[in-house]
Design a protein around this ligand. Structure first.
Ligand code: ADQ
Length: 469
């Protein structure tokens, strides 16, 4: 088995106390099996970039990290990655900032990754690069003479062509993706947008999974990420989860809890969710005191202004809603800005009659799958899910809604609260089959299986299609 080299913005070291999400666990397993290395930014700042690599090994997973300068973090991480690409790729062209310094910093940091990572990569290694922070890295590694099999996986949506063309030098960026052998997206929808861009803007040709541009043919695939369903279901019945469940039940009395769990990000549709819930309270006074929304939203990317704004907006919205509807013994929203360990989170999901997952746009959305996996099969809750999350293509038995419509959200909450047990069980079973069948290991195999084909076996050649007219 070839050694796997994973490169992502940040690395997650097993057993070091952080919240190891499903992705980190899946990558750790793959790295352990192949005796590979996980390379990325340490999260630390240095006065002057030195290229020094910090090596560690935790629970059989080797990591290699570099420190970055303050200016790198401003221009690459807070700048191009999170002020330019993230909003644009989430269809928020209104929030995207285009600055030459950001683009320069992004390229500089990608070069720094390439300079420091390339000496660690041996000829038989397979390289797997992750996400929008590092799109041009593969091309930079090729320019340093690497001929390895290389893959890139995008964890966020791929935007429609008409939005992507608003990015200065968009063609140059997309061109770099042809340095990879395999490029992966969560859904057919994002893959289709990528193909459309390459055909329309670059004159590439598509033949099944293969896309040819000039003398390069890459394989572009949809591999929807999953969760570790079995581990999550077990976590939901652990002692910690049961403690959490009892704590919550005692505080809820007989009220039905609706739960939302999201990083505090404008793409998650939290403002629209609060407005939809407000609409439900307005439309259904008969449910006052019988229901409450627990929204868990740990802050993220706090150095970026649009994130400070969404936080302020939600603080005031939650305050206004509670002010308007609360009574001395009932508060309609519990708004919590902290993170929880996974077993506690599983207990919170299981205590909730409704999982309210309403992003305005999301590459996949793992919270929806975690909510399903944590349910009691004998008395499962109902998932209300945005049509605009990648997960909606798999979880078709959720109540699918348009998150921009407060009326639809209000109607769905009512329907979920009054749904008969038989229907809840039927919907849950269908969703659980999908969550279990296409779990995190399935995803890893879906992508790495294509990447790990022998280095001697080139990607299938594609005959250029005759152009019309
Ligand atoms: P995210 O945008 O971070 O991921 P998501 O897929 O929902 O979104 O994953 C969030 C993870 O963080 C979940 O595992 C969740 O349990 C955890 N989390 C959130 N709030 C938490 C809290 N308060 N306490 C503890 N844990 C919390 C990006 C893309 C997604 C894509 C993933 C994976 O934006 O679309 O699904 O990558 O590819």
């Amino acid at each position: 088995m070839s050694r796997l080299i994973v490169i992502s913005n940040r690395v997650s070291r097993p057993g070091t106390g952080g919240n190891q999400g499903g992705l980190a666990v899946a990558l750790s397993d793959a790295l352990r099996e192949s005796r590979g290395i996980w390379f990325g930014w340490s999260g630390n700042v240095t006065d002057q970039f030195s290229g020094h690599i910090g090596f560690s090994e935790d629970e059989g997973v080797k990591t290699a990290t570099i420190d970055l300068e303050e200016q790198d973090i401003d221009e690459y991480y807070n700048g191009y990655a999170n002020k330019t690409l993230w909003p644009l790729f989430h269809f928020r062209i209104d929030l995207a900032e285009y600055a030459r310094d950001f683009e320069g910093g992004y390229n500089r940091v990608n070069q720094r990754f390439a300079d420091t990572a390339s000496p660690l990569i041996e000829p038989e290694d397979v390289v797997w690069i992750h996400d929008y922070h590092l799109i041009p890295l593969g091309d930079m590694l090729r320019k340093r003479g690497l001929n390895n099999r290389m893959g890139f996986f995008l964890h966020i949506p791929w935007p429609p062509t008409r939005l992507l063309v608003s990015l200065p030098h968009h063609t140059k960026l997309v061109q770099t993706m042809f340095a990879y052998d395999v490029v992966g997206f969560h859904t057919e929808e994002w893959l289709e947008s990528f193909r459309h861009y390459v055909e329309r803007e670059m004159g590439g040709t598509v033949d099944g999974d293969f896309i040819t541009l000039g003398d390069r043919t890459i394989q572009a695939v949809a591999c929807p990420i999953g969760i570790n369903a079995q581990e999550f279901s077990e976590a939901a019945t652990s002692d910690t989860a049961q403690d959490m469940h009892h704590r919550l039940r005692a505080s809820l009395q007989d009220r039905a809890m609706i739960v939302g769990v999201d990083r505090l990000d404008y793409s998650k549709g939290l403002e629209e969710r609060f407005n939809g819930y407000a609409r439900f309270l307005k439309d259904h006074p008969e449910h006052h005191r019988k229901v409450l929304l627990t929204q868990i939203a740990p802050p993220s990317r706090e150095d970026v202004e649009s994130y400070q704004q969404i936080r302020a907006t939600l603080d005031s919205l939650a305050g206004r809603l509670n002010g308007e509807y609360s009574d001395v013994d009932w508060t309609p929203i519990r708004y919590v800005n902290q993170g929880y360990p996974r077993d506690k989170l599983a207990g919170i999901y299981r205590s909730a009659k409704i999982g309210l997952v309403t992003p305005l746009r999301d590459g996949m959305n793992l919270v929806a799958k975690e909510y399903v996996a944590a349910q009691d099969p004998q008395d499962p809750g109902v998932l209300i899910l945005s049509r605009f999350a990648g997960a909606a293509l798999q979880l078709k038995d959720a109540l699918l809604i348009n998150p921009y419509s407060p009326e639809e959200m209000s109607d769905a909450i009512l329907r979920a609260l009054t749904m008969p047990l038989d229907e809840r069980k039927k919907r849950w079973r269908a969703m659980m089959d999908s969550v279990e069948g296409q779990d995190i290991n399935w995803w890893r195999t879906c992508f790495v299986g294509r990447l790990m084909i022998s280095q001697d076996e080139p990607a299938a050649p594609v005959e250029p299609e005759p152009t019309e007219g």
